[in-house]
Design a protein around this ligand. Structure first.
Ligand SMILES: Cc1cc2nc3c(=O)[nH]c(=O)nc-3n(C[C@H](O)[C@H](O)[C@H](O)COP(=O)(O)OP(=O)(O)OC[C@H]3O[C@@H](n4cnc5c(N)ncnc54)[C@H](O)[C@@H]3O)c2cc1C
Length: 514
């Protein structure tokens, strides 16, 4: 095995390329620091591509009196919609009233809090609706008459990770894709880190003034086995799974459903032609990378959603499913062994004793609060490091999100006028995924044939190379399940052909840079 040493002494090095690591790197790089980040798998392959994809205050957390979490999260919704309008967009949710469940006054009060806990400029307030008159009632059994409509946001979780990494890179961060941290030691006031390339086996030695452990469900393992710190709190891993089925109703609204065991589950339109149903809360004791859906979870979700839908969803109708583990910590949450009531808020431990190179460890955290978590982590580090106190992430638009005052629709129309030979749906898909970076993807394209070979659905060689060159994607799985969800529209044969293409032709771009 060969090895190399990086010449740069990083101000800050981040372990973990999920949403939280990416957000910290983005904030730190924006402050002008020399930042590095390593991810052992594909970016977002851990928890951050396996979420329910909601940017939400978390109505359910009001029941556990997590007012601070809800308020912080509500504020983030509108900040994120401004920073990345193509990746975070409004979702109207319908919460049917069920006579045997939460009383109507309680839901009304919860929604009143939800509407007013934080200032709301872009999202509609909640309202009571009559399902027998409102179009949202069409898909539901007639037993449900009353409901409440309220607003949250949908997001593309895996692409938010990429947008944050691109944001970090724009400010000079060095991103080590598919590099695993093997060891970390404090030496002469610095961290000496050893990474291993998961692709070539090559080892890389580098130095950093401060270290962040943002390894999500692996955080305790990285802390103990690799970094050599002791973590006193107990990690509880909680599995959550989702089903994807063909589209079940025409409207763009989703449903927030009260389950018979007192939980809440969502169902909403997904990737145009599909419906997403989820999620579950099950203890998970095995390695995080082994997580998968159980038959029990499938039965549970089908039976709960079918308690509401007029036209039942069947097992045969399941097109795709995915599972992830929430790394939750017992810090005052978790009543009566109920996993859904463990706190979803994040916390940090910082080891920055006099003169030693600091280490910040991240526990928990939600997709919704990633930007805030990044800013907060930097604030903590700035207490012990002489770094700029102000970050940019509250206002700085993420790469691809700069649609200007005319907005995303005007950009899509402009693209359609400039590329009239490309199908509208394909252009709309580019705008949703890449935002204004679609212009880079389509540079010098004058006719459909310039996009090159089509691998299936509307994935052409040009996009594949764009993903390799600018977004660290290397495998077919990276491309069709994380950078996009084209896996829902491609056959296994088409995906295998894409894989052979990728293994057969070396990348010209950044995938080989590190
Ligand atoms: C089922 C489910 C539904 C959810 N729904 C929502 C939702 O709707 N809204 C919301 O706001 N939040 C939601 N969440 C929570 C949210 O998804 C997570 O809080 C978030 O993704 C955690 O991100 P992370 O960066 O901490 O962890 P991860 O995304 O897991 O990232 C950690 C990374 O560290 C890497 N790593 C580990 N060890 C090493 C090493 N030695 N070297 C290099 N890299 C390493 C891993 O490969 C991994 O990619 C949900 C979570 C689950 C599981």
């Amino acid at each position: 095995m060969t090895g190399k040493t990086s010449d740069t002494i990083f101000d800050l090095f981040v372990i973990g390329g999920g949403i939280n690591g990416a957000a910290i790197a983005c904030d730190a790089a924006g402050r002008g620091l020399a930042v590095g980040l390593a991810e052992m798998q594909d970016f977002a392959e851990g928890t951050s591509s396996r979420s329910s994809k909601l940017i939400h205050g978390g109505l359910r957390y009001l029941e556990t009196y997590d007012f601070k979490l809800v308020r912080d999260a509500l504020i983030e919704r509108e900040i994120l919609m401004r920073k990345a309008p193509h990746l975070v967009w409004p979702l109207r949710l319908i919460l049917p009233y069920v006579a045997t469940q939460r009383p109507r006054w309680m839901i009304r009060l919860g929604l009143l809090f939800y509407d007013h806990l934080a200032r709301r400029r872009m999202l509609q307030a909640s309202q009571a609706i009559d399902l027998h008159r409102h179009p949202a009632g069409d898909a539901l059994k007639p037993d449900y008459r009353h409901a409440f409509a309220y607003s949250d946001c949908r997001a593309d979780d895996a692409r938010l990770v990429i947008a944050n990494l691109l944001g970090a890179e724009r400010h000079g961060a060095k991103i080590f894709a598919r590099h695993k941290l093997l060891s970390a030691h404090r030496v002469d006031g610095h961290w000496r880190l050893n990474l291993e390339s998961m692709k070539t086996g090559e080892s890389v030695e580098l130095f950093a003034k401060a270290l962040v452990n943002a390894a999500g469900p692996w955080v305790v393992d990285v802390a103990g086995r690799i970094v050599g710190t002791t973590i006193s709190r107990k990690l509880r891993m909680v599995r959550g799974s989702h089903l994807v089925v063909p589209r079940q109703w025409a409207g763009e609204h989703g449903y927030f459903l009260q389950t018979r065991d007192g939980r809440l589950m969502e169902a909403f339109p997904y990737e145009g032609d599909f419906t997403s149903i989820g999620t579950t809360d099950e203890p998970w004791d095995d390695a995080p990378e082994k997580v998968n859906i159980s038959d029990k979870e499938i039965d549970y979700m089908l039976s709960e959603v079918n308690a509401f839908l007029k036209k039942p969803v069947t097992r045969d109708g399941i097109v795709w499913s995915y599972s992830g583990v929430r790394p939750l910590f017992e810090v005052g949450g978790g009543r009566d062994g109920d996993l859904s009531t463990l706190t979803r808020d994040y916390s940090f431990e910082i080891d920055g004793r006099d003169g030693v190179a600091p280490l910040l460890t991240v526990f928990g955290g939600k997709l919704t609060t990633h930007r805030r978590l990044g800013e907060h982590a930097m604030r903590e580090l700035c207490r012990v490091m002489p770094w700029p106190k102000q970050g940019l992430t509250r206002s700085e638009i993420l790469p691809g999100g700069d649609f200007g005052s005319d907005g995303i629709e005007a950009y899509r129309r402009d693209l359609a006028a400039r590329f009239p030979f490309l199908p509208q749906a394909q252009l709309a898909r580019y705008v949703k995924l890449y935002g204004t970076r679609s212009d880079i993807l389509l540079q010098d394209v004058r006719r459909l044939a310039d996009l090159g070979v089509c691998f299936g659905a509307d994935l052409h060689e040009r996009e594949v190379e764009f993903l390799r060159d600018t977004e660290w994607a290397e495998t077919a799985e990276d491309m069709v399940w994380r950078r996009s969800k084209l896996g829902l529209r491609m056959t296994p044969g088409e995906i295998a052909r894409l894989d052979s293409y990728l293994t057969g032709s070396p990348s010209s771009g950044r995938a080989d840079r590190n």
